[in-house]
Design a protein around this ligand. Structure first.
Ligand code: FO1
Length: 338
């Protein structure tokens, strides 16, 4: 069957967003739907904050602070500094301009809009034509059980506690009441390619896959499914932000009894994916990935190291999808290397 290119990308956060941005410049925003994790959302000072949704929106509109990995570029923090002067413990920083997004989102929710409607509105006013879909409209919250403590909301564990405490369990509070939005189901159903992004498996991808009918819809889709490894063991991490995110990812995988390795991530997705992109530094895991019944592809994946890595990775994905499916879309796709 010949289908126009329609790529469904799952996952959020800084690493996945780098990939989605490069993919968008290769095949066009109109060809892409991004299903975003909302289980790390929080209510903070009465405002609904959606870090993964905002990272995707800021990243695709080229306004993200890519050094810090979250929030807007050229940001100021006067509101937080003033709250600190008022005696508040500022453990989660909302930039002054970022605050406008949270104010608008919270107001639209208060007026009765769903999170999906708010995300669509924010995409439009940020001049994006990519479709950005929250994984569900209901509130779901990742909670971490710290070994010597209580259940801790994700952002408190990740930001306030710097992902340092030992942990022994993770849960997605509210997941049983979450419903896969119709727009997510129809995007998956008509996809020509589905990509699981290089996002934290337990914090960002599994919440999406745990919503109601999402996993079953991917299994039923005829589209090839490709996962990009979120974990590279063969190269030491130097960037402090990457190291912090890796520690959090490792703690959460450990809490599920999983080792922090690419093959462990591949095993989590094995019943869904056809291809797993392994970093070239982890080529030794090739046979273990293939033993899961998944085709392994070796490519450079450390997209934070150099922009050409992102471009090459996108080229490899587009090339693969091109080999697997015939597309009616010509244009930018024809520039991809294969
Ligand atoms: N990460 C931090 O390490 N410290 C912060 O103060 C912080 C604030 C923040 C505000 C808005 C936002 O969208 C993201 C923010 N992040 C912050 C990033 C966030 O904690 C995580 O990186 C993601 O939730 C993980 O995907």
């Amino acid at each position: 069957m010949i289908r126009a290119m329609s790529v469904v990308c799952l996952g959020g956060g800084v690493g996945a967003t780098r990939l989605w941005r490069a993919l968008a410049s290769e095949i066009g925003q109109d060809s892409i739907t991004i299903v975003v994790n909302t289980a790390d959302d929080l209510w903070h000072y009465g405002l609904r904050v959606c870090p993964d949704l905002d990272t995707v929106i800021y990243g695709l509109s080229n306004r993200q602070d890519t050094e810090r990995g979250w929030g807007l570029r050229d940001e100021s923090f006067a509101a937080m500094e003033t709250l600190a002067d008022l005696g508040q413990d500022i453990w989660f920083n909302l930039g002054d301009r970022d605050l406008a997004t949270h104010l608008l989102r919270t107001e639209l929710l208060r007026q009765g809009a769903s999170l999906s409607e708010v995300a669509a509105h924010l995409a439009v006013v940020n001049r994006l034509t990519v479709r950005i879909l929250p994984m569900c409209d209901e509130e779901v919250g990742t909670e971490i059980h710290e070994t010597r403590g209580e259940w801790t909301p994700f952002q408190e564990f990740h930001v306030k506690h710097r992902a340092e405490p030992e942990v022994d369990d993770v849960r997605y509070a509210g997941i049983e009441d979450a419903v896969t939005p119709a727009a997510v189901l129809s995007a998956i159903e008509s996809a020509s390619l589905i990509i699981l992004g290089p996002s934290s498996p337990i914090a960002s991808v599994m919440p999406i896959l745990s919503v109601d009918r999402t996993r079953a819809a991917i299994q039923a889709s005829g589209a090839p499914v490709v996962a990009i490894t979120p974990i590279v063991s063969g190269t030491p991490l130097i960037d402090p932000g990457e190291a912090h995110r890796a520690r959090c990812r490792e703690r959460l995988m450990g809490a599920r009894g999983l080792e922090h390795s690419a093959v462990a991530a591949a095993a989590l997705y094995a019943d869904l994916i056809d291809y797993f992109v392994l970093d070239e530094a982890d080529e030794k895991e090739f046979a273990q990935v293939e033993a899961l019944g998944v085709r392994a592809i070796v490519a450079p994946t450390l997209t934070h190291v150099h922009p050409t890595v992102t471009k090459d990775l996108v080229g490899a994905i587009v090339s693969l999808s091109r080999q697997l499916t015939s597309f009616t879309s010509a244009g930018p796709l024809l520039r991809a290397r294969w």
